[in-house]
Design a protein around this ligand. Sequence first.
Ligand code: SF4
Ligand code: SF4
Length: 489
Amino acid sequence: MVTVLLVIGGLGLIVQALIGLSFFISCIWEKELRASVFAGLQFLGMFIGLIAYLYLIWIGFFETKIGFDVLIAGYIAAVLAALLLLRRTAPNPKALKGAKGIIAGDVKRQDEREIMFARNRSIQPGSEQYKAFYKEHPEYEGFDAKRREKGGPLGHPGIIDKPHQGANVAATLASLSIPLHLSTPDAFKPKTHPEFKGKKIEHSPEEVTERVKGYTRKLGADLVGISEINPLWIYSYRGEIFHENWEDWGKEIKVEHEYVIVFATEMSFEMVGTAPHTPTMIESMNNYAKGAYIATQVASFIANLGYSATANHMRRYDALMVPLAVDAGLGELGRIGYLITKELGPRVRLGAVTTDLPLIPDKPVDIGVEDFCKTCKKCAVCCPSNSIPLEKDQTIVNGLLRWKLNAETCFDYWGKIGTDCNICMRVCPWSHARTFPHRVILELITRNRIARRLFSIMDDIFYGRRPKVKAIPKWARFNAGNMDGNSDA
Ligand code: SF4
Ligand code: SF4
């Protein structure tokens, strides 16, 4: 009996030490100096514990009365810890309702003309649209005029990395050209290829759902989900114009489709790690370009099947992407204001295709984001413009119970540094690279409340409450002297 207990205990300690070792290796691979030191110490402690255990077996300590009691106490502690960390916490009913779960009052559909990008990119000073919009919204005019003087939402792109940012801005703009090319009416709402004109390719909803998801993944999406469209998430009026199609500006956006395919592409851990420097902006735009590439082809595929479909990407949205993604089961809305996914955290960019092709919807998920965000607050602490609320609980804004990011102050900061910042995405504990130990931690925090509290604290200890910027990849570095990854801005 004692021998069996000793063997099982020994195996448990070996597994624990191996997980500790894998975390140490992971931290080195992540190039996280502070985390590597702590993980190294943690592994050393586990290793010494294992050696001490073997030594106590060798000297016959566990055959004594006191030794046996220590062994049993160890077992009880281990079983209790496992029960506390592995038990599934009661589900969050709000999360399981999807984006509907945050509705707490009357919700007005978002007017795209009021979005900061539409105001600053599309409305030209002196135009009829300018006069009409600012007459209705005088509160924005002063801020927007200042932003335009600075060069728009990004100010002077890349100014944070001056004087060596040129090629990184050039790469960013190169990616940006793709969504722009794919935002002409023929591209975002493709016509059926003549080969298929007048024909409908019939499939069962199950089969076509599998095909559409498979094709979307094949094109490069990392996550794909499907939802029925809640009209509340469709913009009410068009605000973004890129091809001088001014007759569209201010036009009502009709809810013409029943289903939406939402997909996410991964933003690289390495590039996001450099936020707020220019490589993170290259990565954002590169993923917007991927989103346009994927959405346009999926819409075209569906058009060839004989159905109507509209691509949604950064140069042409009909809808708000985050609530659609929540409804499609890709993740939950975080304090950060982005979607947080189990697989990749907030390190994603979203795209979508709306359609009348009958599909099988996915179910929203409860992965514990709301609970985790209530105590974590790391994004809010690290935000240089204080744009993310620090309060524990959400507030109701436009009938929605959420942490409301202050988009105006956030974008003013973008204008100041000339990139899309992304510090909040970089520091979020859900953004870690998906190495083996981080996957284990994610399994625990998605199912258990105590694990959320424990690993939120451990994240602060290992990575710091204000994690450091990572070194810029060599190919994107222009001045190794001043961009070695040790400043936030
Ligand atoms: S992008 Fe930067 S400024 Fe904006 S909310 Fe995130 S951390 Fe704050
Ligand atoms: S940093 Fe923390 S509080 Fe902010 S979104 Fe991520 S988990 Fe939530």
